[in-house]
Write a protein that binds this ligand. Sequence first.
Ligand SMILES: Cc1cc2nc3c(=O)[nH]c(=O)nc-3n(C[C@H](O)[C@H](O)[C@H](O)COP(=O)(O)O)c2cc1C
Length: 361
Amino acid sequence: MKRITYISEATREIDADTLENISTVSQRNNQQFSITGVLIFLKGFFFQVIEGEETTLDQLYRKIAQDPRHKNITCLKTELAVEQRLFAEWSMKAINLGEAEDLILTPVKQLLQSVTESHRILEHYTQPTVSRIIQSGRNPLAEKPKLVNKIVLFSDIMGFSTFTEKLPVEQVVQLVNNYLAICTQSVAKNGGDVMKFIGDAMMAAFDEDQADAALQTALDILEQLQQLRENCSEREPCHWLYTGIGIAAGSMIEGNVGFANRIDYTLLGDAVNVAARLEALTRHLPHSLAFTNTVRMACRQAWPFVPLGQHEAKGKEKILDVFSVANSLTQKSPEITLNSQHIREALERLLSADNDAPVLP
Ligand SMILES: Cc1cc2nc3c(=O)[nH]c(=O)nc-3n(C[C@H](O)[C@H](O)[C@H](O)COP(=O)(O)O)c2cc1C
C-alpha cells in the first residue's frame, strides 16, 4: 500500500457546506476503492492524508490535484510499502480545524499554521530535483551518490558586471529575474531540470537521450531574449540583454555535496565543467550557443550544425570540437560579434547620455 500526505491552498471560501460536500463525495468514492484517510481544513489550507493500493491511490491523487477548489498542491510525503493503515476506520474524515473550539487543539492549530507558512517559504528555495525525490517517496538526504549520463546546459548573461556596476540594485535584480524566468520556463517546457542558479547563471540538466530537447531549450531562451530586446527601447538595459549558452554531455556524479546544514543536490564531473567552459567561450565565438561533439552525436533531429573549430577546455589538455546550430538566433548580431565589450560600451553610452536611471519593463 501507499500513503500520500499533501497540503494545498483553497481557491475560494470553504464554508461548512462545501467541506461537507467534499467529504460526502470522498467517502462514497473512497469506500468503493478501499481508500482511507483524513482531510483537515484550517484557515484556507487543506491537509490531506490518503492511503490505499498504489495504482488506485495515484489515480485519486491525480484527480484531486485537478480539483479547481484548491491550488498549489504540494506533496509533503509519500510512503511506499505501507503495511498498516493509519486511518482504517475513515473512508475520509473531514475536520474543519478552524471551527474546533477545544482549547487543547490551539497549539496543534498554531503548529500546523507555522509549518505551512515555513513550508511555503522553503519550497521556493528547494531544488525541483529534491522536491521530486521527496514526492516519489524517497528521502533526498539518504540518496547515495550515483554515476549518471546526463546533458548539462549552462547559460549566463553577457557583460553582467557592467549591469551590476551601473544600475541600481532593484533594476539589476529585476533584470536577472526576467532572465532566469525565461531560462527556467524554457527548461521546463522542454522536459529538463533546473539544477541551480549561480548568480545570474543557470545550470540545467537533461537525460542522455534529450540532446534535441537541450538544443531546443537553448533556442527557446535565445528567441525569448530576442523578443524581450525588441520590445525594449535602446534606453532600456534589457535592450542589451544577451546570453551565452554552453552544452556538454557525459558521465557525471549525481548526489548530495556539502556539509552539515548546507547540502546541495547536484551534478559533478568533467561534462559539467566543459558546459560551463563552453558557455564562457561563447563570449569569443560568433555564436551564442556552443556544444560538444558528444551532444551533436546524441541528437536525433536533423539540426543545421555548424562547426566552430577546436578549442581547449580550460585546465585540460584535451582539445574539444565545438559546434553550434546555424540559425539567426544563435548567430550574434554585428554589435556583439567579437565580445561583450560592445555591450559594455553600449550600456555605458546609454547611462552617460542620461543620468536618469533607465527603466526596465
Ligand atoms: C481538498 C480536496 C480533497 C479531496 N479528496 C477526495 C478524496 O479523498 N476522494 C475523492 O473521491 N474525491 C476527493 N476530492 C474531490 C475530487 O477532487 C473530485 O471532485 C471527486 O472525486 C469527483 O467525484 P465524482 O467523480 O464521483 O464526481 C477532494 C477534493 C478536494 C478539493
